[in-house]
Design a protein around this ligand. Structure first.
Ligand code: HEM
Ligand code: HEM
Length: 155
């Protein structure tokens, strides 16, 4: 138990399960976001082409927006609380702040797309798209040390 707790502290609070959920979340939001972006919305119920893909991706994206809230509460927030005092000049901490900011922009503009005024849509769509592209990249760059360590262990 003590070994397990130490392992979690050493990895900024990320358990294996937490890392898997974060990876699934980021990939699912990215893949469905790219499909929505690349296909026109459904115009009528008989549209089983591009519009159908847009609809399916929107539903799955919406489900993962809930999963985002679960992952944020269960792993991201405890991670931030744990690593907040660990600023040591090796850039991982600053990259963590960037990851949290970019993810926050993507999440808030997503909320704006759901509930915001119609005339905000154009700007919200653009900011959400670029924030959504930047967030997975930020996660990758922020967790690079851990990813390289994992790849090394597999060899
Ligand atoms: C940070 C996590 C994210 C959350 C919480 C989130 C949430 C949302 C929500 C709630 C919507 C509105 C869906 C609707 O209109 O019914 C949306 C739309 C969209 N999201 Fe995300 N999203 C996230 C990340 C991403 C990512 C990584 C991408 C990919 C680059 C992305 C691309 C899109 C696109 C293209 C739309 C459609 C925009 C439009 O209809 O104008 N999102 N997102
Ligand atoms: C969306 C927000 C964030 C995500 C998804 C995230 C994700 C991660 C991941 C996957 C790791 C690798 C963990 C491991 O070594 O096993 C990590 C490490 C780290 N993160 Fe974050 N992080 C976020 C926000 C932050 C913030 C805001 C900070 C700083 C205040 C931060 C500071 C750190 C530090 C210092 C480490 C190295 C942990 C260690 O001491 O070993 N992160 N993060």
């Amino acid at each position: 138990m003590a070994k397990l707790k130490r392992h979690r502290r050493d990895h900024g609070g990320w358990s294996g399960r937490g890392a898997i959920w974060l990876t699934v979340l980021v990939l699912a939001l990215l893949a469905t976001g790219v499909v929505m972006h690349g296909h026109e919305p459904m115009v009528d119920a008989d549209d089983l082409g591009a519009g159908w893909w847009h609809r399916v991706a929107t539903v799955v994206h919406g489900v993962f927006a809930w999963v985002f809230c679960v992952v944020a509460g269960r792993w991201i927030w405890p991670h931030i609380v744990l690593v907040w005092p660990r600023r040591n000049g090796n850039w991982i901490w600053e990259l963590g702040i960037a990851t949290a900011l970019v993810g926050g922009v993507a999440a808030l503009t997503g909320l704006g797309l759901l509930y915001g005024a119609a005339d905000w849509r154009e700007i919200l769509t653009a900011v959400h798209w670029w924030g959504g592209i930047a967030w997975p990249v930020a996660c990758l760059v922020h967790a690079w040390k851990w990813i390289i360590e994992k790849m090394g262990q597999r060899r």
